[in-house]
Design a protein around this ligand. Structure first.
Ligand SMILES: [Zn+2]
Length: 305
């Protein structure tokens, strides 16, 4: 009797405890079912999220404005990549060095370079052709090509294809989910492309004066030329700078595009010597579609006189 009484008291507690256990392990299962994906830069997180939706947890190596040109992977970031299901790199030289080191010890990690099949352009520095210039471009080998392949809608379609191909292989049971989200993302890119074309159709001066040369692929796609202040991430020599300023004046360019990472004071000095206004654009912003649309609108709304 006593035992039975005790059991009756304990039973509901036990039942609740068991239920909690079941729901915990249920949650853990759900968590485990999500792919763990690491990307290098924030716009890649946007692309992956568009396709993988709620089926993936995405983490970004270079968040918070860290410079993709000058960074090194920390030990913590390397172990973060090693414990993921998929690492989407984008073809930066630092990634290539890391991937070479990781492939021996990567276990179940899939490493996919989303920029693998994309031909790279050379960096822009049109005014370097002038004589008497102390700036030189390094030889155009793989390490010195333009890495900003995420800023052209046409090239992002190719990157999206790599992403969906990888997701389907890594997680075939959710293939139809990924396929339908990928189709929506392609529609989003097509709409963006049309809207950018519409914004740019009114622009007569097809030159973009930019502090950092991030928009070469964008310029190529929409028939523009990019004139950068920086050369290979460095300040230009005085001679280059004066040629740049002359060129901008002659072409009546009245806008200098800078990034949040740009040395604002230096940009201000150059802008005022041309009589240009400064407009900001963040090529590393996660919200990629909004960023490119904003860029096109700013180009369309530039002062021309
Ligand atoms: Zn850059």
């Amino acid at each position: 009797m006593t035992n039975k009484f005790r059991f009756m008291q304990i039973a509901p507690v036990l039942a609740a405890f068991m239920a909690a256990l079941v729901s915990c392990s249920g949650d853990a299962e759900m968590e485990k079912e999500k792919l763990s994906i690491v990307v290098t830069i924030p716009p890649q997180a946007y692309f992956v999220e568009k396709i993988a939706g709620e089926k993936a947890d995405i983490s970004i190596i270079l968040s918070g404005g860290k410079d993709p040109h000058f960074f090194e992977f920390s030990t913590r970031e390397i172990s973060q990549i090693l414990s993921a299901d998929i690492y989407f790199s984008i073809g930066l030289p630092q990634e290539a060095a890391l991937v070479a080191r990781l492939s021996a010890s990567s276990g179940t990690l899939r490493i996919v370079d989303t920029g693998e099949d994309i031909p790279r352009r050379l960096p822009d520095a049109p005014f370097l052709a002038n004589s008497g210039n102390s700036d030189t471009l390094p030889p155009a080998d793989e390490e010195n090509t333009d890495p900003h392949i995420w800023l052209s809608p046409a090239l992002v379609k190719l990157q999206a294809q790599k992403i969906i191909d990888t997701l389907i292989v890594a997680d075939p049971k959710n293939a139809s989910y990924y396929i339908s989200r990928h189709a929506l993302f392609i529609t989003e890119i097509d709409n963006l492309d049309r809207e950018i074309q519409r914004q740019l159709s009114v622009v007569k001066e097809k030159t973009l004066l930019v502090y950092h040369p991030a928009f070469g692929y964008f310029a190529d796609q929409y028939g523009f030329t990019q004139i950068p202040v920086e050369i290979e991430g460095k300040e230009p020599a005085a001679r280059s700078l004066s040629i740049l300023i002359e060129t901008a004046r002659r072409k009546r360019i009245r806008t200098l595009f800078v990034e949040p990472q740009t040395p604002q004071k230096k940009a201000q000095i150059i802008a005022s010597s041309i009589g240009a206004e400064i407009m900001q654009i963040d090529p590393l912003a996660r919200n990629w579609t909004e960023t490119l649309l904003d860029f096109a609108k700013k180009i369309g709304g530039r002062k021309t006189e």
